[in-house]
Design a binder for this molecule. Structure first.
Ligand code: FEO
Length: 392
């Protein structure tokens, strides 16, 4: 396991999690990586750690370019355990190293680990650490997506070490976006934003503004997951898309999400989908029996309309719909137009639980619709007319 050269004396020393399929509820199709970087200058800085169970791979790659006794700094950009899980092991190997992080990072490290004998240097936005010929400038990005989140920028190399920001859960044979399947890199960057950063659009916009204010000239974005964005086309693609996603701008499309027990809710979903189609609105219909919640969140990221339907099971939402609604509520999509619909047997009303979530999210909604048992043709006609009222 050797380090991979990123630039002269700048190395990728990360690890590959080929078999990862799930990341705290987020379904991952192409594994992931936990990227760590090492800069060898007059001082040696290691940027970020990795998940605990891949620590030996990280250590081997670091050892291929330096002895641990020579490491001066361990930069901790983020304390979530996929990046800090092996920090205690790294500190044991390099006890002389100073941990460079922000005040929230120090508090989080102390809450997770016994850090009583660790040496800390606390940094704030705009502060710089000299490594010799190179510097690292820090930009704290609180709540993008944890209070401790931070990015590190090397002006001499024009590299932004962006941690979770601009990342993708994508494990492949190269560390470079331009050498990988660029379509998958872009799709996975969108999935990542939708499932991790969706609630933090304001913080993402602030981070992009801060980068502009500090005049950061960025030629390479080295995130902590997936491929490195290197090259004008690649860097521009991800910066432009983050600006778009953070703005909450929609593309006018619709998503119809539902599950079904005996086909009644499926009929309602089909009718609603047809109304969007006939009106020329790009629409996807997702049944939760087959589609994963996290894939649907990617559909929702740029959608304008979201219709959610459920069967009634023991006077409750159908469990997969309940799980979806809970997951979606946490990711807090804004500015949508919502429509809740349901099927029931003997007690109506469960649809109000979906309606309430839509209202809590501040969505514009039309009146919810529910129907007893299998909807007849005249009911579907009524549903068609009602669905049309959501259209602009
Ligand atoms: Fe990749 Fe927030 O951890």
């Amino acid at each position: 396991m050797e380090a991979i050269k990123v630039k002269e004396d700048v190395y990728w020393v990360g690890v590959k999690d080929w078999n990862l399929t799930e990341f705290h509820g987020y379904h991952v199709s192409h594994g992931s990586t936990y990227n760590a970087y090492l800069i060898k200058d007059e001082k040696i800085a290691l940027i970020d750690g990795v998940k605990h169970y891949l620590s030996s791979e990280n250590i081997a790659r670091i050892r291929s370019v330096t002895d641990f006794s020579k490491i001066d700094y361990i930069i901790v950009n983020h304390v979530e355990l996929d990046h800090s899980g092996n920090i205690p092991e790294l500190v044991k190997l390099a006890p002389q190293a100073t941990i460079v992080t922000n005040s929230a990072g120090k508090m989080a490290l102390e809450a997770h680990f016994d850090a009583s004998d660790w040496k800390f240097q606390i940094v704030k936005t705009g502060e710089t650490l000299s490594l010799g010929k190179r510097n690292l400038t820090f930009v704290t990005t609180p709540l993008l997506h944890w209070p401790d989140s931070m990015m590190s920028y090397c002006p001499q190399e024009k590299i932004l070490f962006s941690n979770d920001g601009f990342g993708q859960h994508y494990c492949t044979n190269t560390i470079w976006a331009k050498e990988a399947n660029f379509g998958i890199v872009c799709d996975e960057a969108k999935n990542y934003y939708a499932n991790i950063l969706f609630p933090y659009g304001a913080q993402a916009q602030k981070a992009l503004n801060t980068a502009n204010e500090l005049n950061l000239e960025i030629e390479m974005i080295a995130p902590s997951h997936g491929c490195i964005w290197d090259g004008e086309k690649e860097v521009n693609w991800i910066l432009e898309h983050y600006a778009k996603w953070a703005s909450g701008e929609n593309d006018g499309s619709a998503v119809v999400v539902y599950d079904t027990m005996w086909g009644a809710t499926a009929k309602l979903a089909e009718t609603i989908t047809a109304v969007f189609q006939d009106a020329g609105v790009p629409v996807v219909k997702r049944c939760l029996t087959n589609a994963h919640t996290s894939e649907i969140m990617t559909d929702i990221l740029e959608a304008k309309y979201v219709a959610i339907g459920t069967p009634t099971l023991n006077n409750e939402l159908f469990p997969r719909v309940a799980a979806f609604v809970t997951y979606m509520k946490g990711l807090a999509p804004k500015g949508k137009k919502g429509f809740a619909f349901a099927s029931y047997g003997w007690k109506p009303g469960v649809v109000s639980k979906i309606q309430t979530v839509m209202e809590e999210l501040g969505w514009q909604t039309i009146a919810p619709f529910d129907e007893k048992y299998t909807p007849k043709d005249e009911v579907l006609e009524k549903l068609k007319e009602h669905t049309k009222t959501i259209l602009d």
